[in-house]
Design a protein around this ligand. Structure first.
Ligand code: PAF
Length: 285
């Protein structure tokens, strides 16, 4: 695996491949787990060369968030990437990506203010800005994102559409632990007791799925009531059902079966750790 630790090196090496071999980019912030490796496997199915980027992007962290303490585990990340046969690691530093005088940012529209955006103002502008830069630097033909961060995925799809970026976006289903907890680099913040408590998140998703199976005529209100009950005692940032690609809040009285792409989204705090999850309510019917 070749490590490209500057933008210039990445542009030189990947620029030479352009037009000869297809390049897939898997953007990450490191602290890699099985979920990331699944993104890599999907990328490998669809392209000849795979670049994984590792960059903890300061632009997407709020002032009181975990930028400084975000886990950085380069050595074990490199081993994992080698074990699945990744050809290139792009590992730039902050000054390279954001030199003095850096001043432009992507402004994500309304979608960026919903769900996580309500609790993390500016977060999606930071994500979209860094992804735009990574797509350009790596000259990617496609990029792969996980459905665990479904709002991020939609933000990126909109970015590609709105700026006519010449790449396709592929998404990979959420990879889960044995009890159903979605894999996330932040799960390592959880103490053993908090990790047990976190099981309420996948349990809530299962309860909604079961309810919809038993009562196909359930409304948005019904499912949200079940979710609230399931999450009692937990600090819930939001539990919402959305409709459509722009993730608009669905009307409470709507029947789930009348919606074309209903999706349940959840953000909770267990101790100081923020966990998010989501699932489609469509293919369950
Ligand atoms: O999902 C992530 O890890 C990050 O938001 C991303 C896409 C790498 C951008 O920094």
């Amino acid at each position: 695996m070749l490590v490209l630790d500057t933008i210039r090196k990445a542009q030189e090496v990947l620029g030479q491949l352009k037009g000869k071999e297809t390049i897939a980019l898997v953007p990450t912030m490191g602290c890699l787990h099985e979920g990331h490796l699944e993104l890599v496997r999907l990328a490998q199915k669809h392209s000849q060369k795979v670049v994984v980027s590792i960059f903890v992007n300061p632009l997407q962290f709020g002032a009181n968030e975990d930028f400084d303490k975000y886990p950085r585990t380069l050595e074990s990340d490199v081993e994992k990437l080698k074990s699945v046969g990744v050809q290139y690691l792009f590992y730039p530093n902050v000054h390279d990506l954001y030199p003095d005088g850096f001043s432009n940012q992507v402004q994500v529209g309304e979608l960026g203010n919903r769900l996580c955006g309500r609790f993390r103002p500016g977060h999606f502008n930071g994500v979209a800005t860094v992804c735009l830069k990574l797509f350009e630097i790596c000259r990617a033909d496609l990029a792969v994102f996980g459905e665990k961060d479904f709002q991020q995925l939609q933000v990126i799809r909109n970015l590609v559409r709105d700026f006519n970026l010449p790449l396709s976006i592929l998404s990979c289903p959420t990879i889960r632990e044995n009890d159903g907890l979605a894999m996330s680099s932040r799960n390592r913040y959880l103490s053993q007791k908090e990790r047990e408590l976190a099981g309420v998140v996948p349990k809530t998703l299962r309860r909604l799925r079961d309810e919809l199976g038993t009562y196909p005529s359930a409304t948005v209100y019904d499912l949200l009531a079940t979710a609230r009950k399931s999450l009692s005692g937990i600090e819930v940032q939001y539990a919402e059902i959305t409709e459509g690609a722009n993730l608009k809040t669905a009307a409470e009285e709507a029947l789930i079966s009348d919606l074309t792409s209903p999706r349940f989204f959840l953000a909770v705090k267990i101790g100081n750790t923020r966990l998010i999850d989501n699932m489609s309510l469509k293919e369950l019917r």
